[in-house]
Design a protein. Structure first.
Length: 311
């Protein structure tokens, strides 16, 4: 199961009921945070989740509304006596910016491991899943991210017996390991059936609607996408500032053929985004407005896959 929570949905500046942008997921005891705008740790607490299990933070880009919550969050993690290393992934310049922010949060009791991205696409392994980072098109270098949980095929007892795979090796082979015994090399494909459908969430903000977004969102169970502007006549401003309109995000969701899209990163001037959704639904009927702490549980198909919305 993958828990997903949209912690903040505001762009540029926080509002009384709209924290700056952030997304948090939980899988198998590991928590991933994407962006950390002002209000992120408050939203985590209001959700009732723990900051202690956050082991990775992905930064889309180093504009202030996406990183301004980091000093407070990291201080709180340190005050909770965290010792384990924290991995921070982001575009070139992330390390310099975060270390500058930490001038007001010195002496953290845990190390930070920075990983800066430079290529158009990166695939990184983390605690039983993969992070796929893809470069998009904003005024500074910016990346979208997918969290991908792959799922091996079921153990095939008859297949294992037919190939004389020793029982002592079965457990390790099911975990994806290669085993050598008595001079024979055994591989996972000798005991596993076809790979089953896993889980995928794609998150993208602060960009123009470039083709790579739909390509990377394809196959996602949930696509969370920037919708900076919903009002008519904002197309030129979106192009100038390299953001997206509601309808542009809807077209990407339609092209990617995702089952559901959430809009996020709303302009502070967008007081009532719901009034602009009719045209969005004409393009992509399964679009929803994001809101702070909007949540979903994604379940594997064998568990009778279903999406459960909470809040």
């Amino acid at each position: 199961m993958l828990d997903v929570c949209l912690l903040g949905t505001s762009g540029m500046m926080p509002l009384p009921r709209r924290a700056l942008t952030a997304l948090m997921t939980r899988f198998n005891g590991s928590s991933l945070l994407i962006d950390c705008g002002e209000g992120t740790q408050v939203s985590i607490r209001e959700k009732g989740w723990s900051m202690h299990d956050i082991d990775t933070i992905c930064i889309t880009h180093v504009h202030g509304d996406h990183v301004s919550g980091l000093p407070g969050l990291l201080l709180s993690m340190g005050n909770a006596e965290r010792k384990d290393a924290l991995r921070i992934i982001g575009p070139k310049g992330t390390k310099r910016v975060v270390e500058s922010l930490l001038i007001v949060a010195p002496g953290l009791p845990f190390p930070i491991l920075f990983e800066e991205l430079s290529e158009p696409f990166h695939r990184l392994e983390q605690n039983g899943y993969y992070i796929e980072a893809f470069r998009v098109n904003h005024t500074v270098t910016c990346y979208g991210y997918s969290q991908v949980i792959e799922r091996a095929g079921k153990f095939d007892l008859e297949r294992a017996k037919e190939q004389c795979v020793p029982m002592a090796a079965w457990n390790r082979l099911q975990k994806g390991e290669t085993v050598e015994a008595d001079g024979v090399r055994y591989t996972p494909d000798m005991v596993l059936g076809e790979q089953r459908k896993g889980l995928k969430v794609t998150y993208c903000t602060d960009t123009r609607p470039v083709p790579v977004i739909a390509a990377q969102a394809a196959g996602a169970d949930l696509f969370i996408c920037e919708g900076m502007y919903g009002e008519p006549g904002m197309e030129s401003k979106a192009k100038e500032n390299k953001h997206m309109t509601f309808k542009e995000a809807a077209r990407l969701a339609k092209e990617a053929k995702v089952p559901e899209m959430w809009l996020t990163h709303f302009s502070p001037s967008l007081v009532n985004p719901k009034q602009y959704m009719d045209e969005v639904w004409d393009i992509f009927p399964n679009a929803q407005l994001g809101k702070d702490r909007k949540s979903m549980e994604l379940l594997f198909e064998k568990e009778e896959y279903k999406n459960q919305r909470r809040g």
